[in-house]
Ligand binder design. Sequence first.
Ligand SMILES: *[C@@H]1O[C@H](CO)[C@@H](O)[C@H](O)[C@H]1NC(C)=O
Length: 334
Amino acid sequence: MRKSVLIFLVTNILIVALLVHSLWVLITLLFVNGSEDQISRAELPAPNSNVISSRPQLIPKIIHQTYINESIPAHWQGPQQSCLDLHPDYEYKLWTDKKSREFISTEYPWFLETFDGYEFPIQRADAIRYFVLAHFGGIYIDLDDGCNRSLDPLLAYSAWVRRTTPTGISNDVMGAVPRHPFFLKAIDSLPDYNRNWVMPYITVMASTGPLFLSIIWRHYNSATPSPLENDRVRVLFPDEYNNHPWSFFTHHRGSSWHGSDVRLIFWMGHHWALLTFMGCLVSFTVIFFVWWFCNRTVLKGGRKTSFLPEGIRSVIYRSVSGKKDYELVDRHEV
Ligand SMILES: *[C@@H]1O[C@H](CO)[C@@H](O)[C@H](O)[C@H]1NC(C)=O
């Protein structure tokens, strides 16, 4: 095998290995559907069943919701009231911006700087729900989700989240006992995930939103030793979530914070075939360029007349070697 071919292959294998390694958790999200932790429909009594449940209620009877202030907009009062009406014996906590900040500054002062520093208010609304679940336990419900039946059967699990399609889990309804290790891990991880990904939608999703929680969920489930049976995070699947008479929730209006970049994401979703094709084209071009570079410049460039003009060559060397090594490389080349 020619030396250049070998270098080419090794370089490419290294690049691919590095990418796969750094994106591994995201890649596994495409294959893991959470079915091993599914709360199966057989486990759940029908909405008006008079079967007497002997299962202990682990999760405290608290419903948490978040909004800017106490004036809930008219279109969300219906869903909010439906949850209140079905759960007269539950404590209700509405986390307004003011209450949320007070809570963080009193109970979790180490997080206050990150909390105040979030660029988008929805990031604070995301973060506070993990903190109150970790702290008090209970059930968090987004304001655009209404209740369709009593949530009592869901109190029997130490923690549960909702599955989303095509992949991952959502943070719009979740339940947990106080100090559940999954939510402790989530709040502990928030500062590390506080990065800006240029597009607001992706920044929110990955720093505090469903993508963040899905990644933590993957890490939590694949940790060694694996979570104890009592600490498993159970998963509510779409049929148990809404659209059926036996489902727990009803879904109203979409999220209120989506910006213009969401249109781009949806556009990308509709044009995935074109984008895949373009992606392959770009990858092959890059691979071809690496090949060309290994073959011509590195191995023969010194001996033969290079195919690249001198100016372009020094630019490449500079970017490859970094500024400090530029002179050295260049002198060697001359
Ligand atoms: C609550 O917030 C909304 C939206 O920002 C605002 O229009 C309303 O005036 C606020 N209400 C009170 C009582 O501060």
